[in-house]
Ligand binder design. Structure first.
Ligand SMILES: Cc1cc2nc3c(=O)[nH]c(=O)nc-3n(C[C@H](O)[C@H](O)[C@H](O)COP(=O)(O)OP(=O)(O)OC[C@H]3O[C@@H](n4cnc5c(N)ncnc54)[C@H](O)[C@@H]3O)c2cc1C
Length: 391
């Protein structure tokens, strides 16, 4: 049985890893770029907002709960394979989310109760409490914070590298610098062969199942002649294949004059992710107070989806917002500035996890928009389950 995965971002890599345990299956991952994780995943901040998200039921919550659980066992498996591979920059200190004055405190109280029933802890901190822990922030518009000790943050590129290394060891073939060009398949004929374009020209590859995880690249693989522009995405537009809207995100790595967290728990290495007004401040494990700050959410207008040059104006706006919230940023040294394009499904919720409507052996596992790193492990389990039902 031959299974081909298109795309080696965090989602493709996780799927390859999960499928690599199946017996009598040949898995090939096709990636257009020269290395894994160089698409949107290279830009991700790796924040995993599960317990602290407002999703409490249905597929959205199940995928989150599954991913939360799977992250723990996944890292255990990495450690067993080779301890250095478990070093994926995991921050286990949780997430502190600042709550606006008009941010519906009661809603957080309801969520806290709900999570308690589900077996998760959420702490509500008063303004005095949060101020004593993060003294350097500007609390003008906040009334307190929610702390979720169970949520996580991970370094996406290190995670992908570990997934690929172990999968390769288990026999998965990775073909870099190789793109899926075309495939034949329709309602009557499943796909049997796909056409690839590599550095040395075209070639064919036989496959029994095709799994699409190409992020924003999916649009080129299965073009839709009447792709609606942004703003029409709520119309009941008929789509043969799912389509994805590109949403740009920019982020920065900065060196601050001092740590943001002041608590004595620092001695025990307590350094949670701080989130407020849609902005993350993510401590990076270095001897100096280094943080990732981001990310912008920029819908396509004023930039070319095929050649995105980030908008300076939006970047400036976000930076000003960040400085207002965290005044020490005025003295920050910017060490790195980067961006990526998130794949946001049009006319359906993220992510797209479904068998193709028209091609019986093609599976979509893509379009994770703002949560691909977090949801990749749950997605990979879902894919494995789908294939097991058919193999
Ligand atoms: C600034 C920023 C911050 C973010 N922060 C977070 C966060 O904190 N937490 C979180 O969970 N998510 C975050 N995200 C979102 C996350 O990055 C995405 O949801 C995730 O990376 C999607 O992964 P993917 O594997 O589907 O896509 P990608 O990483 O884009 O991978 C798709 C791969 O397919 C390849 N490809 C495309 N077309 C073809 C083809 N025809 N043939 C072969 N290969 C092809 C591409 O080269 C690419 O490597 C962030 C995104 C941005 C931009």
């Amino acid at each position: 049985m031959k299974i081909t995965v298109i795309g080696c971002g965090v989602v493709g890599a996780c799927i390859a890893y999960e499928l690599s345990t199946l017996k009598n299956v040949e898995i090939t991952v096709i990636e257009g770029r020269s290395q894994p994780g160089m698409g949107c995943s290279s830009a991700a901040l790796g924040v995993c907002m599960g317990v602290i998200s407002h999703k409490i039921q249905g597929r959205s919550w199940q995928l989150r709960a599954e991913s939360l659980r799977r992250y723990d066992t996944l890292l255990e498996e990495f450690r067993e394979f080779s301890p250095p591979l478990a070093n994926v920059g995991l921050n286990r200190c949780g997430i502190v989310q600042l709550c606006e004055v008009d941010g519906n405190w009661e809603r957080w109280q309801v969520l806290q109760e709900k999570r308690q029933h589900q077996g998760y802890q959420l702490d509500l901190w008063s303004l005095t409490e949060v101020h004593s822990k993060f003294p350097d922030l500007n609390y003008g518009s906040f009334q307190g914070a929610v702390y979720s000790p169970r949520d996580r943050q991970i370094n996406p590129l290190r995670l992908i590298q570990s997934l690929v290394t172990i999968s390769q060891h288990r026999g998965v073939h990775f073909r870099f610098n190789t793109s899926l060009a075309t495939f034949n398949g329709d309602e009557k004929q499943p796909i049997r062969t796909i056409q690839l374009q590599g550095l040395h020209g075209k070639e064919s590859l036989d496959t029994d199942y095709l799994i699409l995880t190409a992020g924003i690249g999916n649009n080129a693989i299965t073009p839709c002649p009447t792709l609606p522009a942004h703003g029409l995405s709520t119309t009941n537009h008929h789509q043969v294949h799912p389509q994805f809207e590109p949403v740009l995100g920019q982020a920065w790595q900065v060196l601050l004059p001092a740590k943001l967290w002041s608590g004595s728990m620092d001695n025990q290495g307590f350094h949670p992710v701080l989130t407020g007004q849609g902005l993350h401040f993510i401590p990076i494990a270095t001897p100096s107070p280094t943080y990732w700050v981001g990310a912008t959410v920029e819908f396509p207008s004023g930039w070319d989806p095929l050649d995105p040059t980030p908008s300076q104006a939006v970047a400036k706006e976000l930076w000003q917002q960040a400085v207002e919230l965290c005044p020490p940023l005025t003295q920050a040294t910017i060490e790195r500035h980067w961006w990526g394009i998130r794949p946001r499904p049009i006319n359906q919720s993220a992510p797209v996890l479904q068998w193709s409507n028209t091609i019986e052996n093609m599976l979509w596992a893509t379009g994770h928009y703002r949560n691909g790193v977090f949801l990749a492990p749950g997605t990979a389990l879902w894919v494995k389950e789908q294939l097991l039902q058919r193999l």
